[in-house]
Design a protein around this ligand. Structure first.
Ligand code: DX5
Ligand code: ZN
Length: 245
């Protein structure tokens, strides 16, 4: 075999290994940007084009905004088969988070800033049948939480300040994504790294290159005329940025 061919064969094997190790891209439209009187229709509009539905729970204490809680999550669960990705921006998650798992949420993410004992809550969430997610807000360093990552399925890194949709993406947050991805790789962790805030056609590639593999998008999906097509476009951009080149 010529040197060139051998080089190509090695490259092909490496690409295959990389692809085998890499989890599929997750696109999670945020219902925060949908019409709250038509949430079931919003779910139907992206059925088949997305992986999770992102549900932003805000309590007017942890963040100034107020959105929805368990009764609406219960109704959503009955209205759609898309896995629900509940992002709890609430105080006292130890009191409330397991309830979302019991309602059938696929992934329940609570904020590190609101929790005294994140590891205990992660265990409770997993015991209740959900994936456990830890969220890190804009002003929180990720370094403080790296040692906890083996206890979690998802790390959500805010790329805005939590509380409102439609804000501008903050590129400096991607340093946290790189740090977390390096730790996940060195620790052989199966960790979803989810980015949330300002994810759109012009920002998703940078987040994917930094190591994110789950992408929340509110305005970019539900602000579009065709939400499913918008989600598919986002996926194509993320996949292109994540593939080896
Ligand atoms: C804000 C929420 C986000 C929000 C993102 O605190 O956590 O999920 O819906 O909205 P966009 O994608 O419009 O920035
Ligand atoms: Zn969110």
């Amino acid at each position: 075999m010529s040197g060139l061919r051998r080089g190509f064969a090695t490259y092909t094997v490496r690409v295959a290994q990389f692809q085998a190790a890499q989890a599929d891209t997750v696109i999670a439209p945020s219902l925060l940007a949908a019409d709250f009187a038509r949430l079931a229709e919003a779910a139907d509009a992206v059925e088949g084009a997305v992986d999770w539905l992102h549900v932003d729970v805000m309590d007017n204490h942890f963040v100034p905004n107020l959105t929805l809680g368990p009764p609406i999550v219960k109704s959503l669960k009955a209205a759609t088969d898309i896995p629900l990705d509940c992002h709890l921006m609430i105080e006292d998650p130890a009191r409330w988070a397991v309830g979302y798992a019991e309602l059938g949420a696929y992934n329940v993410t609570f904020h590190a800033e609101a929790s005294d004992d994140p590891v205990a809550l992660a265990k409770d969430l997993r015991a209740a049948g959900a994936k456990a997610g830890l969220a890190i807000d804009r002003d929180t360093p990720v370094e403080d939480y790296l040692d906890l990552l083996p206890e979690f399925d998802t790390l959500l890194i805010m790329t805005i300040k939590a509380g409102f949709g439609g804000q501008q993406f903050i590129p400096a947050m991607l340093d946290k994504v790189r740090t977390a991805r390096a730790r996940a790789a060195s620790g052989h962790l199966e960790l979803r790294i989810e980015v949330d805030g300002g994810i759109a056609d012009d920002t998703i590639a940078a987040a994917a290159e930094a190591g994110a593999d789950a992408f929340v998008a509110g305005t970019a999906v539900y602000g579009a005329d065709d939400p499913a097509a918008a989600a598919e476009r986002l996926r194509a951009r993320a996949d292109a940025a994540r593939s080896p080149h």
